[in-house]
Design a protein around this ligand. Structure first.
Ligand code: PRX
Length: 569
């Protein structure tokens, strides 16, 4: 029996108080994600239950009971507090998927500070922009990432502490660096949790937009009310589940469901801190007898590409429930997973700003492959006209996805950017920036984004950021960045570049520019292809017309270019 039971019945009498009661939260009282994800689970009698199983590429395994998680997060929290870290200070987590990332996240929340997780493959520029925007006070990291931090340190007077979790005791520390070794520090048994309330800030995740710098999405402790219940009803987390969320906590899936949802439900979750290969993933599922697997379409398509034969080498019979998020899940992937795993991946739709699943397929509900499913109970979702922002009441008509604000995990603000935040709301709706239609049965069918943001392998990349990075290369005069189709990643970054006088296109220059972007921004933002042009198509006033280049890549009609040329008037 699934946790959600009947979707129709859940909708009929839904109230977020269901979640509040299950988590023991009294409206107006104290609510702390760090406590709910560790101490409370211990109080419920699961102190000796394994909460986290971690394995890395070399096969090293570490296991933590819920009591270990409680003690380790207390210890990290105490260490930060002793440094003088105060509630609402921003503390960046800049690490691979090592245990300290998960434990540190909870420790930061326990002292009421704001956790700012960043993808450890970010280059120095991506890192700097986000730390500067948040005015981050401390960063917790591994020694292998120090060169990137040291490179930008002079520009960051606000960053007081660089906490290194694996510092070699014989190596000297540099300015602002502090060693913290969880293994060798006495564990803090009794710890005073910061009495955070529903609206106390908790997590700051950065997401990319079309123009301007990345936006810091501010969440609050009350978000756990959504994350707990969606984990229970959509991911169907049950007491004996062995859960694997493949997302990195640098992205919202890795925190909302890779930390908060999993631990608040008291399940055992596994983390594989290693690169992707079909063989290693199947081996991981077999070894730990994974029952619930939350992943992403790009990974699923990569597994499809690896072929069915390899699957027969493994015993994957433990799998009970599969779900996916981040980008459109094509019908072939759903049908394939049903064929090879005996169950379909259920598509779930949401975003950094929404903090939890908004539209989804549910255990027991009829699945229409290719559809994102229906709104989570308590979520009012529709599609609206892009002109009037009135709800369309016509099945099949494509409009903007619109969500009625008010669910617990909705973002509370873009950090220092109220104007952009306000712009996301129209006619009483929150607009995530996606297009969809709804069929006669109320199922949502994703059509595409309503902006130029590139979704590569489930990760959003801003064309603006990549263009800016390209312009910093000495050979680049102009740049335009669009997406191009890709079987596995759905879309990848492509750059059009015109060169400064004295530079000639060449294979070497091509690779050099790609590498330049990879180091500055991240491997995801690196263009997979660079096309050199004498000059880029522009409007009459000189604005580069990305739309023409985009249409060309996707084999679409360019449309009326005369109006495009007037675009900027
Ligand atoms: O465009 C939608 C796409 O990913 C965007 C959100 O990206 P991000 O904030 O990085 O969060 C990703 C993980 C929650 C959305 O605005 N997206 C997300 N899920 C789906 C999707 N597109 C199609 N189908 C989905 N299931």
């Amino acid at each position: 029996m699934s946790n959600i039971g009947s979707y129709e019945e859940r909708i009929r009498d839904f109230s977020w108080s269901i979640s509040e009661k299950e988590l023991g939260y009294n409206p107006g009282g104290i609510i702390n994600i760090g406590w709910l994800c560790s101490d409370r689970i211990c109080e419920l009698g699961k102190a000796q239950k394994t909460g986290l199983i971690w394995e890395n590429a070399s096969g090293v395994v570490k296991k933590f009971t819920y009591n270990d998680i409680r003690l380790a997060s207390n210890t990290i929290g105490q260490f930060l507090r002793d440094l003088g870290i105060k509630p609402e200070d921003r503390i960046c987590l800049f690490m691979d998927k090592i245990p300290e990332l998960y434990l540190g996240f909870l420790g930061i929340l326990k002292i009421g500070a704001i956790a700012q997780p960043l993808f450890s493959a970010f280059g120095d520029e991506s890192l700097f922009i986000r730390l500067e925007n948040a005015w981050t006070r401390a960063i917790i990291t591994q020694k292998k990432h120090l060169p990137k931090i040291r490179k930008i340190l002079d520009k960051m007077p606000f960053l007081e502490f660089i906490i290194i979790v694996d510092q070699d005791p014989l190596k000297p520390l540099q300015s602002r660096e502090i060693a913290f070794d969880l293994k060798n520090i006495p564990k803090v048994e009794v710890f005073e949790i910061c009495p955070t309330r529903a609206e106390s800030p908790s997590v700051l995740h950065y997401t990319s937009g079309t123009t301007g710098q990345p936006k810091g999405v501010k969440h609050v402790h009350y978000s756990i009310i959504s994350q707990y219940l969606t984990s229970k009803w959509v991911l169907d987390l049950q007491d004996d589940d062995i859960y694997w969320c493949t997302a990195d906590p640098g992205w919202v899936t890795g925190t909302s469901y890779g930390i908060i949802g999993a631990f608040s439900n008291g399940v055992t979750q596994c983390v594989l801190d290693a690169g992707f290969s079909a063989e290693s993933w199947y081996r991981f599922i077999e070894k730990y007898r994974i029952t619930m697997w939350y992943s992403a379409p790009t990974a699923i398509r990569s597994l499809m590409k690896a072929g069915d034969e390899i699957i027969n080498k493994f015993d994957l019979s433990s799998l009970r429930h599969l779900a996916s998020v981040g980008e459109p899940l094509n019908p072939e992937a759903v049908i394939w997973s049903e064929k090879v795993f005996g169950k379909p991946f259920l598509d779930t739709y949401w975003q950094t700003e929404t903090g939890s699943i908004m539209i989804s397929n549910y255990p027991g509900m009829k699945i229409k492959p290719g559809s994102m499913g229906k709104p989570f109970p308590g979520i009012t979702a529709t599609v609206v006209s892009p002109d009037t922002y009135e709800s369309f009441d016509v099945p099949g008509k494509i409009g903007l996805i619109a969500l009625k604000p008010g669910w617990p995990s909705m973002m509370r603000m873009y950090w220092n950017n109220e104007e952009t935040y306000k712009n996301k709301f129209r006619n009483g709706w929150y607009l995530p920036g996606d297009r969809s239609s709804i069929d006669t049965d109320g199922y949502f069918w994703f059509v595409g984004r309503d902006d130029d943001v590139i979704n590569t392998g489930g990760h959003l990349v801003s064309p603006f950021e990549v263009e800016s990075a390209l312009l910093e290369h000495p050979a680049v005069a102009e740049s335009a960045v669009v997406s191009k189709p890709d079987f596995v990643n759905m879309e990848v970054v492509k750059a059009f570049v015109s060169l400064k006088p004295g530079y000639q296109p060449s294979k070497e220059l091509d690779l050099e520019i790609m590498n330049f972007v990879r180091k500055k921004l991240s491997p995801l933002a690196m263009p997979q292809e660079i096309e050199f042009m004498d000059s880029l198509p522009k409007t009459r006033s000189g604005k580069i017309m990305r739309r023409i280049l985009h249409a060309r890549e996707w084999g679409e009609e360019v449309g009326d270019t005369s109006t495009l040329e007037d675009d900027d008037k």
